[in-house]
Design a protein around this ligand. Structure first.
Ligand SMILES: [Mn+2]
Length: 342
């Protein structure tokens, strides 16, 4: 974390709030392409806060999101940029401030949105927990030691003693971001502070059991058939699990966005496994998700071999080779990069 930049961010955020009655604000809140629970959770958390504070704010996502997030309070107000680019352009033009959440490089906003966002006149505030932030915002609150952006939003508001303005709705959104980005409080970056801050959300009246049900118990039979196909063909390679779905398997089940969310984690569920990969065959591309335990650095691994990156224990990547060739390349790369692994 860059302490100086964080201090500047806090000062600027404070000044923004203090100027509520002095000038008109049109805040635009956005997050990364293919928004997940943390992207939407942190964005909608900020939205509810601004709404109750009395500052006009809108949420716009680069593209649509999985069905299991459709219950989130405020979701109906979210503009989906690639479905309504003219409204999107209007919101960007009118924005006085833009909040960039859960990403730290404009390219992560996706092809269609990254240039208009970068060219926007509004002052930009970034809150993010990914590594290697770029200077794409005027004010940067970036900390790769934080397990979720939603926790950072909660920390910011609680440091300012304003978290109760989230209300039950905003609290439910942040709780969703926190649980989905931490594997329900199990990943190594979860700290005592995560639990302390999250406890405040329960004080605000959220129904945590209901939120878990909404997020994790809402899958349809399609997902389970895909999961069955994937598990039945899992390749066990030393301490590594290789999971995949072919394009034919996805087409047969009429796969939808979000159906394979979390599939990669099954690879670490078998005793002794330290690294898991899930490969999803797409048109001309294999999309890859990596997960690992302890200090097996899949971020560096994905960067070195598969045009990707992410975090120490969770990363993404891709390959333009065939599925069979990618599996073979992965095995070779694992043996080269993680000498202790097989
Ligand atoms: Mn996140």
């Amino acid at each position: 974390m860059d302490e100086l930049k964080t201090a500047e961010f806090y000062t600027a955020f404070n000044a923004l709030l203090s100027s509520k009655d002095d000038r008109e604000h049109n805040i635009l809140i956005t997050a990364h392409h293919n928004p997940d629970g943390d992207a939407l959770g942190s964005a909608l958390g900020m939205y509810w806060f601004f709404k109750r504070y009395g500052i006009q704010a809108r949420v716009m996502m680069p593209n649509s999101f999985p069905d299991f997030l459709l219950w989130m309070p405020g979701i109906d107000e979210v503009v989906i940029h690639d479905q309504n680019p003219s409204l999107g352009a209007d919101l960007i033009a009118k924005a006085t401030e833009i909040f960039i959440l859960d990403f730290n490089d404009m390219s992560r906003a996706g092809e269609l949105l990254c240039t208009p966002l970068a060219n926007a006149n509004a002052s930009k505030y970034m809150i993010d927990h990914h590594i290697s932030p770029t200077d794409c915002a005027d004010y940067i609150f970036s900390d790769s030691k934080q397990p979720s952006t939603s926790q950072m939003v909660l920390k910011l508001l609680s440091d300012m003693q304003m978290q109760t303005l989230l209300g039950e709705e905003g609290a439910a959104c942040l709780f969703t971001g926190i649980i989905t980005d931490t594997g329900s409080f199990r990943f190594p970056l979860v700290s005592a502070e995560t639990f302390r801050l999250t406890a405040n959300l329960l004080d605000m009246g959220i129904d945590h059991t209901k939120i878990y049900e909404n997020v994790y118990d809402s899958y349809d039979d399609r997902r389970f058939r895909l999961l069955g196909s994937m598990l039945s063909q899992m390749i066990s390679f030393g301490n590594t699990s290789i999971l995949y779905l072919t394009l034919d398997q996805q087409k047969k089940e009429n796969m939808k966005k979000g159906d394979t969310e979390g599939f990669v984690n099954y690879g670490l569920g078998m005793k002794g496994k330290q690294i898991a990969v899930f490969m999803r065959e797409d048109e001309g591309l294999i999309r890859m998700s990596f997960r690992s335990k302890s200090n097996h650095d899949v971020n560096s691994f994905a960067r070195k071999y598969f045009n990707g990156g992410g975090h120490l224990n969770a990363a993404g990547g891709s390959s333009k080779d065939s599925l069979t060739q990618t599996i073979a390349n992965f095995k070779t790369a694992v043996q080269e990069f993680f000498p202790d692994i097989t």
